[in-house]
Design a protein around this ligand. Structure first.
Ligand code: UD1
Ligand code: MG
Length: 380
């Protein structure tokens, strides 16, 4: 049922990020940027190759936490640096191959489907107010002529506001025939995938520019762009939940990671963070509370409560300054100032203010079990 291979470029050093973490591992809504490109690619193909080089093992290990059915290859970066060098030596399974940059976390499969056009190259084009940071698409007499990288551009070319978004669909045959003809005669001494555009035109091949919107195709090269992209991504996540009937107070102040589920009649107040694989069902999470990798059902939490990983709250009331960790609470009231870690507490039990389940003796973690209808007084 699939008709195209996909190559995701993720070998670059990401110098502009000013970080020891490889660029594609910087996170958006709790997941590495590269996760999103691969996730969308998997909706369109069963032949996905991710190109790595800088800290390749680290990037591969991180991706293998999420995906099991993709190929990883190491770019010959020493001899063939650049986005063109990155696609060398790969043999795609299908007649068409879509090339994605790994630094585009806002990409969506529905947008990538639009590349299904019959042409030797379908290239993505952005019409911007300023194309700063992008390769410029040079158009003459209404036709694309070539792509010029910012670092190679002259003053006239720099003024061009039509940019290369960095996603292409190639006929595999054309790609394999022409990659060996690339050279590195440019400011960065790199092999540019973008030079294939001019080569296709010179050979009289059919080239189709596809105008795309920046919101989906935004390239992330710096921390500023990372922060901008995360705002867009957060808005998408929250909009989906709002449409599904969740109430949010001041949604701009709420942070919800990719993978969180919210169901039923839930209310999320301002300043709340919902992290990891949390699931909130018919619950009210009040101002400035944090829920991480936990399940909250028919309960209310906060304000200013911290529900740490592997907590399970059912029909439970958690008030201010209560911290839970790996706590299974069913029908419990813990109104204020408590630490409930590694414990299970059953229906009808009241946890007085200042209660701590001492779970750690310095060597081992221990479990506390409190049964039904227990009255635990303050300062316990
Ligand atoms: C690239 C395009 C530019 C386009 C922009 C869109 C080229 C030469 N330029 O520029 O025209 O406007 O994307 O965002 O293609 N990578 C490798 N191996 C390398 C170098 C890079 O795999 O040797 C990967 C990077 O990890 C990244 C992607 O290719 O995911 C793009 O590289 P990047 O350095 O970000 O290119 P841009 O300068 O953004
Ligand atoms: Mg880039």
């Amino acid at each position: 049922m699939f008709n195209k291979s996909i190559i995701v470029l993720a070998a670059g050093a990401g110098t502009r990020m000013k970080s020891d973490t490889p660029k594609v591992l910087h996170k958006i809504s709790g997941k590495p940027m590269l996760y999103y490109s691969i996730k969308e690619a998997l909706k369109l193909s069963d032949d996905i190759t991710v190109v790595l080089f800088h800290q390749a093992q680290r990037v591969q290990a991180e991706m293998e936490k999420y995906f099991s059915n993709i190929n990883f290859v190491i770019q010959d970066h020493k001899n063939y640096p650049g986005t063109g060098g990155a696609v060398m030596g790969i043999t795609p399974k299908y007649e068409k191959v879509l090339v994605l940059n790994g630094d585009m976390p806002l990409i969506q499969a529905s947008e990538l489907e639009k590349f299904d056009i019959d042409a030797t190259i379908v290239m993505s084009v952005l019409k911007l107010e300023s194309a700063d940071g992008y390769g410029r698409v040079i158009i003459e007499n209404g036709n694309v002529k070539k792509i010029v990288e910012q670092k190679d551009a002259n003053a006239t070319e720099l003024a061009v506001t039509i940019a290369n978004a960095g996603i292409y669909q190639f006929e595999t045959k054309f790609l394999l025939e022409n990659l060996p003809k690339l050279n590195n005669n440019n400011a960065q001494k790199e092999y540019y995938i973008t030079d294939l555009v001019e080569m296709a035109i010179d050979q009289g091949k059919v080239l189709k520019p596809l105008v795309v919107n920046e919101e989906n195709f935004k390239g992330v090269n710096s921390k500023v762009e990372l922060a901008d992209a995360e705002v867009i991504h957060q808005n998408r996540i929250k909009k989906e939940f709002l449409k599904a009937g969740v109430i949010m107070r001041l949604p701009d102040t709420i942070y919800i990671e990719e993978g969180v589920q919210i169901e039923g009649e839930s209310i999320i107040e301002n300043g709340v963070s919902l992290l990891g694989n949390s699931k909130i069902v018919n619950s009210h999470i009040k101002t400035n509370s944090v829920v991480e990798d936990s399940i909250v059902v028919d309960s209310d939490v906060g304000p200013m409560a911290r529900i740490r990983p592997l907590s399970e709250l059912n029909k439970t009331h958690i008030g201010n300054f209560v911290e839970t960790k790996k706590a299974k609470l069913t029908g419990v009231k813990a109104g204020h100032l408590s630490y409930l870690g590694d414990c299970s507490i059953d229906e009808g039990t009241n946890i007085g203010c200042g209660t701590i389940t001492c779970n750690y003796d310095g060597v081992n973690k221990h479990q506390t079990i409190i049964g039904k209808n227990v009255f635990v007084g303050s300062d316990t």
